[in-house]
Write a protein that binds this ligand. Structure first.
Ligand code: BTN
Length: 255
């Protein structure tokens, strides 16, 4: 199932995992650390890694799927993490498209998938699934500006969790979901993902790469993994990427 590389402090598990993948590391190889000094988030954001209090890992995967399907790995990974969290947490884990893990309308984790070149003919494609989960951190351990929007498993459940055991379960579950994906396609994964959709039916806004904002009601992701929303004129939009958030009037704790 691939080796596990353990660190105390590194800049980013995704950076190390990408290096290992480029050197040929096999499916399932993982990097885990207690602390990151340069944790990377989506859209160039920084990921805050409270030392020793969270799960910070990256898993190299080489699923037997078409290159065009690689973009869907993020959602497969989200489902895997949510299932593991539900086994140990009394608060149902929700997913915010495409890659955020939520408990009680607050962000508890995120997933950053980075792929090899996906050009046709590329010989050894891979994806690095980077997972950051707030496990045992208290609110005061987060930077002030995040305290209104984040949570941890411990905050929600009033007890602490074994980080290494979560890592083992997340890795196993991810590899199982990827097997299901490669054998049976995306539809069953999508169905389960939709049951946890944080945004469905809620008023949201999406900021495009050009800075334009589309507002509408979230309709959920489609079979390609693209999010759809309906604006106030009844027009449907497919969102490829970009920043998605609850609209200001709807917003409670979420970013
Ligand atoms: C996001 O919410 O934007 C995604 C955050 C992903 C953070 C994890 S922590 C482990 C791995 N290494 C990184 O540098 N980032 C991911």
């Amino acid at each position: 199932m691939g080796q596990i590389y353990r660190f105390d402090t590194i800049d980013s598990t995704n950076r190390i995992a990408k290096e290992l993948a480029e050197e040929g590391a096999m499916h399932g190889t993982a990097v885990i650390t207690n602390q990151q000094t340069g944790g990377r988030g989506r859209l160039g954001k920084r990921w805050e890694s409270v030392s020793g209090k969270g799960l910070y890992c990256s898993i190299i995967v080489r699923p037997d799927i078409l290159i065009e399907r690689y973009a869907q790995i993020t959602m497969v990974a989200g489902l895997a993490v949510a299932k593991v969290m539900d086994k140990c947490s009394s608060v149902k884990c929700k997913l915010k498209w495409p890659n955020d893990v939520f408990l009680d309308d607050r962000k508890c984790g995120g997933i950053l998938c980075e792929s090899s070149s996906l050009a046709a003919g590329y010989e050894a494609p891979y994806a690095v699934v980077g997972i950051g989960l707030n496990v045992n951190s208290s609110l005061l351990e987060f930077p002030l500006e995040l305290r209104g929007t984040v949570t941890s498993l411990a905050i929600e459940n009033g007890k602490s969790f074994e980080i290494d055991s979560l890592f083992t379960q997340v890795r196993e579950q991810l590899l199982m979901e990827l097997m299901e994906f490669s054998e049976n396609g995306f539809s069953n994964i999508l169905k389960q993902w939709k049951e946890r959709d944080l945004l469905y039916g809620r008023q949201m806004e999406c900021v495009g790469f050009d800075g334009s904002i589309i507002e509408g009601v979230a309709l959920g992701p489609d079979s390609e993994g693209q999010l759809h929303l309906r604006d106030s004129d009844g027009r449907e939009h497919a969102v490829l990427s970009g920043d998605v958030r609850l609209a200001r009037k709807e917003k409670r704790h979420s970013e």
